[in-house]
Ligand binder design. Sequence first.
Ligand SMILES: [Zn+2]
Ligand SMILES: [Zn+2]
Length: 466
Amino acid sequence: MHIEFSGAAREVTGSCHILRVGNRTVLLDCGMFQGKRSESRAKNAKLPLPVDEIDAIVLSHAHIDHAGRLPYLVAQGYKGTIWATSATRDLCAIMLADSAHIQEKDADYLARHRDEHIEPLYRVEDATRTQEQMVGMPYKKWFEVTDGVRAMFTEAGHILGSASVTLELREGDTFKRLVFSGDIGRSGLPIIRDPEPPAHGADMVICESTYGNRDHAPVSGARDQLAAVVRETAARGGRVLIPSFAVGRTQELIYDLHELVRDGKIPSIPIYIDSPLATAATSVFALHPEVFDQSEALVRHTSDLFDFPLVQFTRDVSESKALNTRRGPMIVIAASGMAESGRILHHLRYGASDARNTILIVGFQAEHTLGRRIVERRSVLKIFGEEVPLAAQVEVLNGYSAHGDRTELARWLDAVRANGVPDGRGQPHVYLVHGEPEAQTAFAERLRGSGYRVDVPEPGDRVTIA
Ligand SMILES: [Zn+2]
Ligand SMILES: [Zn+2]
């Protein structure tokens, strides 16, 4: 039995690992490569293996860098089962449709403006068909993936429905346990539970390493900082404009604002959620209270976490535009998370030049994005081809990261290692994936210092599970 590292090897995106046990083949994730457009388009179009060789797929969570190529496999003829948690399956319904929609739009744009004709990787109907092949499983229950392979999901604490996967592999007399971390979240994040390291031991661990070289600010600090920003901006009569990822971050913000209002820590000003995808994602969250963190008071005492008198979900573009003519302090949360597209652009064009306003940055901002230029406090921003002076305050909150930092990742691995290996000898072999080389090298060093056997595979590397 062996594993081949097909994607997210020496990089963060494109998560995909090929597991072979006997004559069976199972894919762990099949995510989209993201980054420079032309480069990632070529990588995404290359199938990890012929679809008729795949017996089953196990999906760790709904993020596009993990699930984004599933509709492509289905479009190419994959007919097998895609196993996921129930919440992941439901989030995929909106996220894969949205991804298909973006690709159709991109292809259309290139055809009209650059006379470049490309086929979208897949279409909305492929995303719909993918949904029919997904089977939702509860956490902590073993299920048969295919002959010789059974699996169990445990909470990864990263986004709603996210899971780490323990796989039991049988080939003849050989029995091995493989743990795939998925993306590991932070302890103390609102709504979702804390990560729970798999408890059955492992011969091999495939572990993410996104923040293998840094520590984050504490989550509780982020909440206090959010409260301070809202109070100060409201006192100036300004707006708080928040570019936010539609799935996950937006719901955490709604939740924290809900709690801050209840505790009287921020004034009662309207909160507008101006993103159709965020609105749809929020309804999926509301469908899955079974995976909420019952140790949080708001979860225990409130029947509807995301619906309270101050919060309003805008329906169409005219309602979105009408916000610009409204007076008085307010909070506007809109996609996209790096302010590259989406309705946040209209709010920034209108609001960035007003010194009473605050632009609140709550997520990672990649190079060459408008979000990054805001973080750098450029004096002039370019929005829809127009020059807009940046006079608004800019505040950055780091504590909301959905990924554990190096201390949290190491703690998770320590817990998995403490459970031993199935035959009681030695310790699990750790393979680091899902990280930039710099973060991976630093994290591998740190782990070796704690006595781990660690490797950082290159794309295409194949190793025997021993
Ligand atoms: Zn993720
Ligand atoms: Zn990821």
